[in-house]
Ligand binder design. Sequence first.
Ligand code: ZN
Length: 341
Amino acid sequence: MRVGNATSWQALVYAGLAAILGAMSAASAGCTEQTTARADGPPESYPYKVVTTVGMVTDIVANVTGDKAAIHRLIGSGVDPHLYKPTRSDVIALMEADIVFYSGLMLEGKLAGTLEKIGRTKPVVAVTEAIDRAYLLAPPDLEGHPDPHVWMDPSAWAKCVEAVVDALAKWDAANAEFYRANARAYIKQLEALHAYGKKAIATIPEQSRLLVTSHDAFNYFGRAFGLQVMGVQGLSTESEAGLQDLNRLVDVIATRNVKAVFVETSVPAKNIRALIEGARSRGQEVVIGGELFSDAMGEPGTYEGTYIGMIDHNITTVTRALGGEAPSRGLHGKLSRPAFE
Ligand code: ZN
């Protein structure tokens, strides 16, 4: 659905967007002083309007701004941010926003042009700007681009809280101390989450600390908590090369006594079956460890619909499925289902 040909309807919408953005640039060129004053803050009234992209960024902003802001999130739960294109109403929300926060590092690649245009008239902040470049991973398949999935490491995500608080403290200086106090409290929770992850993953027998997953989103998660990560995006039984890869993976799973893999619907069922049967023929019982959250959080209003709940779910599920010890309802006893029982 997402990658189909552009229909005439879509073409119309994009033509409309171009017109809106064009008009906006023209308008801002005509009254530069006014828009500059507004962009510098402070807000004209409370709650002011913030637009965010993914849920993980929204969570930071909500925790830092408290009741000072009304937040409009563009990218819903279960939606792939890599492929997300702005709708007409998204552009209107961005135009009406006082300040905008997004993740960055090309995560919201198809929004980049729109965000750049909006950024000429108001603060538009990539929260990952706060992360030291030396920290970032650059897997070979991304051709020199950094891996954008930094929220998978809570200590790195805590840095992104600083980007939000710095931007807000500058823009709405009268409330700087309020934002800083909120940020400190939230960062404390993220530190507790990180500590939980390290402690839980360390209970998995050392040789079995291997996360086999169909996502490419877990590199920072693995580095943060001491898990090796193997992606199986291309797992296939269709060709000789595919079979060789599969057999190599079966080998690793059997020799390292890996009890679960986290491959999901993006890998064809028969390839997963071949993996599980291959391991079994080597005397290794392997199960599907359950669904992990990668690029989007759970439904709003649930614990998994918060950043902390999302990562807690991942840590707890991986730990228990791989033979480690963690409470079945996670760090805070709040997971909506017991993880891996
Ligand atoms: Zn991703």
